[in-house]
Unconditional design. Structure first.
Length: 93
């Protein structure tokens, strides 16, 4: 699994995929500064710039998946680490 620039992605919200999909415009790692890598591999954490109409659609901890793999992700029980689902201030969202 890897996510690359140009891929179509979906947002998983409450265990369900949203109907919209978005194009990945830029992708990379966040070190002390952003470093564009054009791809992220499984297990890497970084940033994704996608064609969202409203940036509030993607909050910290938002789960992204490739559009072509939505059917294999949705419906399976996803166990998230304790930090997931919390906002920037550490409060449950």
């Amino acid at each position: 699994g890897a996510m690359e620039e140009g891929d179509r992605i979906s947002i998983i919200d409450g265990g369900q995929a949203r109907k919209d999909s978005y194009s990945v415009q830029e992708i990379g790692l966040v070190l002390p500064h952003r470093m564009r890598t054009k791809a992220l591999s499984r297990g890497q954490m970084g940033y994704v710039i996608a064609g969202l109409r409203d940036p509030r659609e993607a909050r910290p901890g938002t789960i992204l998946t490739l559009q072509k793999t939505v059917n294999t992700v949705v419906g399976n029980e996803m166990i998230l680490p304790p930090s997931m689902g919390k906002n920037v201030m550490g409060q449950q969202s």
